[in-house]
Design a protein around this ligand. Sequence first.
Ligand SMILES: [Zn+2]
Length: 114
Amino acid sequence: MNGASPALLFRLACAALLAYARWPSDVAFHCAFKTLTGLPCATCGMTRAWIHFAHGDVGAAVVQSPLGSVLFVVAALVVVFGPPPRTWRAGFAPLWIAAGFALNWIYSLATGVA
Ligand SMILES: [Zn+2]
């Protein structure tokens, strides 16, 4: 096989995201959904949660975005151990992921933290 495998690329992408959370740039991201509606989207607050987590403030990360905190840990596990096996990703995993985003969105709407 020529080139890097998808698993290696996924690990590198996770590592890059974790590095960004540790050393974020001054570039500010603006959520188009929040700009248009005034309401947070399902992923609002995740970048700030990752930055909190990467700087050791787990409590602030969880308050900012519970799902973002979980995804930070998942990304770290992917960097160390690689992506989960294909059999794990099939089946109920997409439902759990969709439920996680839905619950995170409800949390953001209810608390207004994001
Ligand atoms: Zn958003």
